[in-house]
Write a protein that binds this ligand. Structure first.
Ligand SMILES: Cc1ncc(COP(=O)(O)O)c(C=O)c1O
Length: 327
């Protein structure tokens, strides 16, 4: 597939992708002040497609913009409709949506002065982010030599473009050393998250994940916590150090791109049996049923794109639950 062709939604209009360009003086390109979202849509087992937790992603986008003081020029309802329109226009069975709010050409300098605010949505096919093999057999991770940003150095609840330099440095180091993904610690040595995923460990059947202080409030993290609680599992949000990851029975990463990816090795130490454990498998299977619309109970997380998906959901517009962990 030629990924320079297709459509984008830019500042209120659907345009051919090749016409959705930015000026070389776009402020965000130089200084990293932008906010974004990554959201997946899936083919539904009942027919049609649905976007997973679209409202929650759009709500987080608004929150990110508030944190970094970028005005949102489009409301949630407008972006919701635009997202569904773009999925229809792109014609993909399943894929990924990228919402981005950024500053365009205008005065240069760190203090943004009247640069226009742009809003765009892109759509592309995206398979297993950490590989099909990783999804089924688990990946190998490396604890990064780069610390996660401290919450007072940059603001981690904002999914802000500039924050991702830290992730890219860690990811490159890990992949360059022969691993699949990086796990970052905070400056005190507490485990935080992957370069683009939240992290869970399983001990004695109980899930533990770091608190939201220095990690992104992942929507998949929240989904997995809700599924686990509904399955009768205990979930704790607490700090732990890297050696607790080495000793965990199971480890997995969650994210819109990574979905639920098991971790089989960290820093050359085998995790558990060296393959996805029973809790990981159970939650992964349930997660994949939920996103395909096979679990009635979680259909409200699916925003139907087409008639077939809408009639299966029994409603036109997806509602949303309050997240388990406040964002
Ligand atoms: C740094 C970071 N942590 C966690 C996540 C997982 O968040 P979500 O599940 O909302 O995609 C992401 C991906 O957006 C991320 O970039």
């Amino acid at each position: 597939m030629d990924d320079t062709r297709g459509y984008a939604w830019l500042d209120g209009k659907m345009v051919p992708l090749e016409d959705a360009n930015v000026h070389i003086k776009a402020h965000s390109l130089h200084y990293g002040l932008g906010v974004f979202e990554g959201t997946r849509f899936y083919a539904q087992s009942t027919g049609g497609r649905a976007v997973f937790r679209l409202e929650d992603h759009l709500r987080r986008l608004e929150g990110s913009a508030k944190i970094v003081q970028l005005d949102m020029l489009y409301g949630r309802q407008e972006l919701h409709e635009a997202s569904l329109d773009l999925v229809r226009k792109c014609g993909l069975e399943s894929g990924y949506l990228r919402h981005l709010v950024f500053l365009g050409a205008g005065p240069m300098g760190l203090y943004p002065k009247g640069n226009p605010i742009h809003t765009s949505i892109l759509c592309w096919p995206w398979g297993a982010y950490l590989g099909e093999e990783g999804l089924s057999h688990g990946i190998r991770c490396k604890i990064s030599s780069f610390s996660r940003h401290s919450p007072n150095a940059t603001l981690l609840k904002a999914k802000a473009t500039g924050n991702y330099l830290n992730s890219i440095l860690a990811k490159r180091e890990a992949v360059g050393s022969g691993y699949d993904e990086a796990i970052l610690l905070d400056a005190q040595g507490n485990v935080t998250e992957g370069s683009g995923e939240n992290l869970f460990i399983v001990r004695h059947g109980r899930l533990e994940t770091p608190p939201l202080t220095s990690v992104l409030a992942g929507i998949t993290r929240d989904t997995i916590m809700q599924l686990a609680i509904d399955e009768g599992l205990e979930v704790r949000q607490q700090y732990f150090a890297r050696d607790e990851v080495y000793l965990a029975d199971e480890v997995f990463l969650t994210g819109t791109a990574a979905e639920l990816t098991p971790v089989r090795e960290v820093d050359d130490r085998q995790i558990g049996e060296g393959r996805p454990g029973p809790v990981t498998r159970r939650l992964q299977e349930l997660f994949f049923r939920v996103i395909r619309g096979q679990e009635e109970r979680y259909r409200h997380w699916l925003a139907p794109v087409d008639e077939a998906a809408a009639s299966a959901a029994g409603a036109g517009v997806a509602a949303t639950d309050e997240p388990v962990a406040a964002n």
